[in-house]
Design a protein around this ligand. Structure first.
Ligand code: UT7
Length: 402
């Protein structure tokens, strides 16, 4: 018997990462592309954020399909079958639908028949909050293997007329499998999580919830797009991220100089530099890949972990710290000891980057691509988007043919 509570044998001696994986869509959106959509420059984006490019999901992809590919890779690395998983946790702020959960769709896409599946909402801290949730299930003996996925399709929730947000975010997914182990030691030894509702409206998405259900009125006001107070969020992040990481490290009984690698949420390279200063650690102890993917919210720590392992930056016995912050305001950090063989990561290569979720029979879907973005993607060598020609809600493909 599998699923939550179906595990016999009681709590394990430790909870360890047994599998890891990620997926980013193929399509690259460069800063030069964004120069053709909004009033910005490659120089401004690089120097203020560290971002050079980000990925954009194809029209047939959804948050669940991105997450499912990352999940299948993590399963392959762990050497597990889909039905070995007892619980599937998806952290996302860009679910396929408000309901059902994206985790339910991922469960179907990976071919699991047994797991309990649910989403958690902690925005960019979602991977850390999801990891803590998964660790608790395994640690208590309620589950043996839990899949944690951070998956986001942010480019469909961005206002491509708002240069303060649309240059920052990208799409992707990262996943880990946490497993019960009979060996002592390893895994998470320090955890810190905070939520500060004073920051509730610093990053938010106004419509589509009980306070303001979506309507043509809310859409015409652009309330279906992410809004952000950049400077306030920046201040919060630089204050909180280092503090959270320090607390997790203290709880683990380590001193900061013992940390081998910090894998921080990739929101802005300047924020990561400020955290390095706060922890009095050199930048070479931080993993940075924001230049390639921008901010992928709940997916960013999982994607960064997968790349860090592939690049040989993580080895058994290393003291690793995950640290993230995001809307809510939320923040979280995990201090953990790495135990897995990095060479197992090669097994992910056997997983084709393909996943699909069932579409409802009576569904008359719209083109999901934001028109201003699609106009540039469809015509990579063309001139600047003729801004007034792009009608919100109308497929941009029509315009590129004009
Ligand atoms: O996962 C959590 C999500 N969010 C974050 O982590 C965001 C945290 N905040 C940030 O990373 C930074 O605040 C931003 C990157 C968003 C902005 O950088 P900043 O250095 O705080 O810029 P700013 O908002 O103070 O704006 C400086 C100037 C302004 O012009 P004026 O008023 O000085 O003339 C902006 O209008 O830069 C202008 N600006 C831009 N210029 C070119 C803002 N966005 C852009 C842009 N291109 N994309």
């Amino acid at each position: 018997m599998s699923g939550v509570g179906g595990v016999s044998g009681g709590p394990p001696r430790s909870v360890r990462i047994s599998g890891w994986g990620s997926y980013v869509p193929e399509r690259v959106l460069s800063n030069a592309d964004l120069e053709r959509i909004v009033d910005t420059s490659d120089e401004w984006i690089r120097t203020r954020t560290g971002i050079r490019e980000r990925r954009v999901a194809a029209p047939h992809e959804t948050t669940a399909t991105l997450g499912a590919i990352a999940a299948k890779r993590a399963l392959a690395v762990a050497g597990l079958e889909p039905d070995d998983i007892d619980v599937i946790v998806v952290a996302t702020l860009t679910p396929d639908y408000p309901m059902p959960s994206t985790a339910a769709l991922v469960k179907e896409a990976i071919g699991n028949d047994t797991a309990a599946a649910f989403d958690i909402g902690a925005a960019c801290s979602g991977f850390v909050f999801g990891y803590a949730t998964a660790d608790s299930y395994v640690r208590s003996g309620l589950a043996r293997h839990v899949l944690v996925i951070g998956a986001e399709l942010l480019t469909r929730f961005l206002d491509f007329e708002d240069r303060g947000t649309c240059i920052l975010f990208g799409d992707g997914a990262g996943a880990v499998v946490l497993s019960a182990s009979d060996e002592a030691g390893g895994g998470m030894s320090g955890l810190e999580m905070t939520t500060d509702p004073d920051g509730a409206y610093m990053i938010w998405l106004p419509s589509g919830g009980s306070r303001s259900p979506s309507s043509s009125e809310t859409t015409s006001r652009g309330e279906h797009f992410i809004r952000m107070e950049g400077r306030e969020t920046y201040r919060y992040a630089t204050r909180t991220l280092a503090a959270s990481a320090l607390k997790a490290v203290e709880k683990a009984g380590w001193s900061p100089d013992e940390i081998d690698l910090v894998i921080p949420h990739q929101a802005n390279v300047r924020i990561i530099e400020a955290v390095a200063k706060g922890l009095k650690l050199p930048m070479d102890r931080f993993f940075v890949n924001i230049d390639k993917y921008g901010n992928t919210s709940a997916a960013s720590v999982g994607i960064a972990l997968d790349e860090a392992v592939a690049e040989g930056r993580v080895k058994p016995g290393d003291k690793i710290v995950f640290a993230a912050f995001g809307a809510g305001f939320t923040s979280g950090a995990i201090a953990l000891e790495w135990t897995a063989d990095p060479a197992d990561g090669a097994r992910a290569a056997s997983v084709e980057p393909v996943a699909s979720v069932r579409a409802p029979l009576d569904w008359n879907s719209v083109d999901p691509m934001p028109p201003r973005l699609a106009a540039v993607l469809d015509d990579p060598d063309g001139p600047q988007v003729p801004l007034d020609d792009v009608v919100p809600g109308e497929p941009a493909h029509a315009h590129s043919e004009d």
